[in-house]
Write a protein that binds this ligand. Structure first.
Ligand code: KG4
Ligand code: ZN
Length: 371
């Protein structure tokens, strides 16, 4: 079964063709990162309009690269949430138009489910064909989400924990801005951190005991306070302030040390919480998914911590960690196989959750609470 996948939830326009939920025939990704750099983040309206401009050329390129004909395609899958509504509708409308014109089954896919299934995709039939070993523990770490999810079977998710404020990727992006690094911040922080000492600054780790939740805003503020020491003149002792108040560079920012120490704080918490949950639920397989999964320090430390417990870490190939349509086509296969279809009036759902019921999550947590 060859599925055509479409992804336009944020700032990547992508179309892919995937066979049987596993083999990537083509996966074309047009990133808008360059366009948004001047704004220091994704500008929603600019993103939507750019999707309109690029989606058809991206489709044509993906089709040519996969060397498929319309007759070979079994279904059209598209991200319908979570994401930016103006961006989502561009992909949704193309998918619906293609499904109607070619009389193909149509299915909407949760973007986060796409990230999960990215771990089982392969570029070449020479690579091993992987099957999930349920239950699987999934850590989704992207620009918009930080979620720890227990996957009990295909399409069956229980939310164990989520971030109470910033997502891990968002923290990387915000801290990069504080350090004067370009958007998207994650890869730049990782790069400069290689030259830095992860123990130079002892930034706070929000362990939130007794829960599998995360919090990164305190860490971001701690980095800000540290940066201010280098950039802000100390407040005058009396009431009089210099007007206008201008920040004065006091000392050169130790960017590599700050980046490395920040990154280590994020990695420690992500690895620590995931390991606790892996033990509590007795899983044999952990999936690390989403843009932040591209981080090499995170991948290495997670693998090194899980391995002695007999737990296998699966991470998508690097190009599939960030947003792409192959993961959408991959996830769609398992739903289509179960006979699932979506109505053609399917709407974009900007806050679409992966695991629907927090109450169910609480029920499943009983007896498995972290210490
Ligand atoms: O999954 P994704 O492409 O888009 C969303 O669905 O959000 O994730 C993008 C996020 C950004 O915040 C980016 O800074 C982060 O992933 N990211 C990284 C790395 N590569 C991308 N964070 C840390 N280290 C990286 N190497
Ligand atoms: Zn994503």
């Amino acid at each position: 079964m060859i599925v055509l996948g479409i992804e336009t939830s944020c700032d990547e326009t992508s179309v892919a063709f995937v066979r049987d939920g596993r083999d990537i025939l083509s996966n074309v990704v047009a990133s808008q990162a360059e366009l948004h750099r001047q704004y220091g983040g994704v500008f929603p309206e600019v993103a939507a309009r750019q999707h309109v401009l690029t989606i058809v050329p991206v489709l044509q390129e993906a089709m040519a690269k996969a060397a498929v004909k319309w007759e070979d395609i079994s279904a059209v899958a598209v991200t319908y949430g979570p994401g930016l509504v103006g961006s989502l509708v561009v992909g949704l409308n193309l998918a619906k138009a293609l499904a109607i014109a070619r009389r193909l089954p149509f299915i909407g896919i949760n973007h986060l489910e796409g990230h999960v299934y990215s771990a089982w995709l392969r570029f070449s039939p020479d690579e091993p064909a992987l099957e999930p070993t349920f239950p699987v523990l999934v850590l989704i770490v992207s620009g918009g989400h930080t979620e720890l999810v227990l996957m009990r079977g295909h399409g069956d998710y229980v939310l164990l924990g989520h971030t109470l404020d910033d997502a891990a990727g968002e923290a990387f992006d915000k801290v990069a801005r504080l350090l004067g690094l370009p958007y998207p911040g994650g890869p730049h922080i990782e790069q400069v951190a290689r030259e830095g000492n992860p123990r130079a600054f002892n930034f706070p780790r929000a362990w939130l005991p007794g829960t599998y939740h995360f919090s990164f805003s305190g860490l971001k503020t701690a980095v800000l306070r540290e940066v201010e020491k280098y950039h802000k003149e100390p407040e005058p002792a009396g009431k009089e302030r210099r007007a206008p108040f201008m920040p004065v560079v006091l000392r050169e920012l130790p960017v590599p040390d700050l980046a490395a120490s920040f990154q280590q704080a994020v990695v420690d918490v992500l690895v620590g919480k995931t390991t606790q949950a892996a033990r509590a639920f007795g899983v044999k397989e952990v999936i690390l998914a989403g843009g932040v999964a591209a981080n090499r320090v995170l991948r290495e430390q997670m693998a090194a911590t899980l391995e002695p417990l007999g737990v296998t870490l699966r991470v998508a190939p690097l190009p599939l960690c960030t947003d792409n349509a192959a993961m959408i086509a991959g996830a769609a296969y398992w739903r289509l196989r179960r006979g699932e279809r979506s109505p053609l009036d399917l709407d974009a759902v900007p806050n679409l959750p992966l695991a629907p019921s927090p109450a169910e999550a609480e029920e499943n947590l009983k007896g498995n609470e972290p210490r």
